[in-house]
Design a protein around this ligand. Structure first.
Ligand SMILES: Nc1ncnc2c1ncn2[C@@H]1O[C@H](COP(=O)(O)OP(=O)(O)OP(=O)(O)O)[C@@H](O)[C@H]1O
Ligand SMILES: [Mg+2]
Length: 255
């Protein structure tokens, strides 16, 4: 196993109306190969800001971030983003297959691009919707289109910002299971932001608790729960309930 991302003493602040607004403070994190990292924290604690630093979209004010041992100065190759707001992330005038092609169409031949799109839609089980428009799909299907768009780039890391937060409980559960399957099938590492403690444990190999602002990682849990995960059985395991209680307390700032 080797480190993909290394973050050392990362700090981030913005200047708003001439005043400093500290957003992240002393973040240390290593993202290894083929693992799911979930970062859980309350609204406004700095989760999106941290993910944007990993994606090369925010430059840290302090500290160092490396991707495969190279300093990150722009969006790194091999890293794909999935945003929370799928309805604003898909282009309504493009069909599903054309939305999925967005990140690759400039770099690949038409034939290679079509093959990649087909493969990505197959991975998220949307092969039958290639010619539909996003607005003809349910919310869960639209989010799968966004995931397919990210997968079409064959990323080694997927950065996901509360991707299932707007979905109903049943759709959310089935997409969580799809994500675990996709990790196994693609071997991608995933950094997954959520404010849902159970989701963080269910998906995560590692869970970090972020408290802020300014956001600090105050606790870290290696989730040793058996695979395959099961929506009923896993969530009833005593170890799952113990993690849930620990993380709940950690978020409230209690040990
Ligand atoms: N571009 C910016 N300029 C100024 N302040 C910002 C900027 N981006 C984020 N912030 C501030 O940073 C803090 C953290 O924001 P961030 O979006 O990272 O939180 P979050 O944990 O993702 O919240 P949520 O769960 O609501 O999405 C907030 O106080 C926000 O106002
Ligand atoms: Mg956010």
């Amino acid at each position: 196993m080797s480190a993909i991302f290394t973050l050392k003493n990362i700090g981030l602040e913005f200047i708003v109306d001439g005043k400093k607004r500290p957003v992240l403070d002393d973040i240390n994190l290593i993202i290894d190969d083929k693992k799911i990292y979930t970062i859980v924290g309350a609204s406004g604690c700095g989760k999106t800001s941290l993910l944007r630093i990993l994606g090369g979209l925010n430059s840290p004010s302090k500290g160092q971030i490396h991707y495969h041992n190279q300093p990150v100065t722009s969006p790194p190759v091999g890293v794909a983003f999935v945003f929370q707001d799928y309805s604003n992330s898909l282009l309504p005038w493009r069909t599903v297959e054309k939305n999925v092609a967005l990140g690759i169409e400039r770099d690949l031949s038409k034939k290679a691009c079509l093959e990649r799109v087909k493969e990505a839609l197959h991975l998220v089980k949307l092969s039958n919707c290639a010619k539909d428009y996003p607005w003809q799909l349910s919310g869960g299907m639209q989010q799968r289109v966004q995931i397919a768009r990210a997968l079409a780039t064959r990323p080694s890391v997927l950065l996901m910002d509360e991707p299932f937060a707007a979905l109903d409980a049943m759709t959310k559960a089935s997409l969580q299971d799809e994500l675990l399957r996709l990790r196994d099938e693609t071997g991608a590492s995933i950094v997954f932001i959520t404010h849902d403690i159970e989701e963080a444990i269910y998906l995560g190999d590692e869970v970090s608790v972020l408290i802020g602002p300014p956001g600090k990682i105050t606790s870290h849990f290696s989730i040793e729960l058996p695979f395959p995960r099961d929506q009923i059985k896993t969530r009833e395991l005593p170890a799952f309930l113990k993690f849930r209680s620990y993380i709940h307390h950690a978020i409230q700032g209690q040990s």
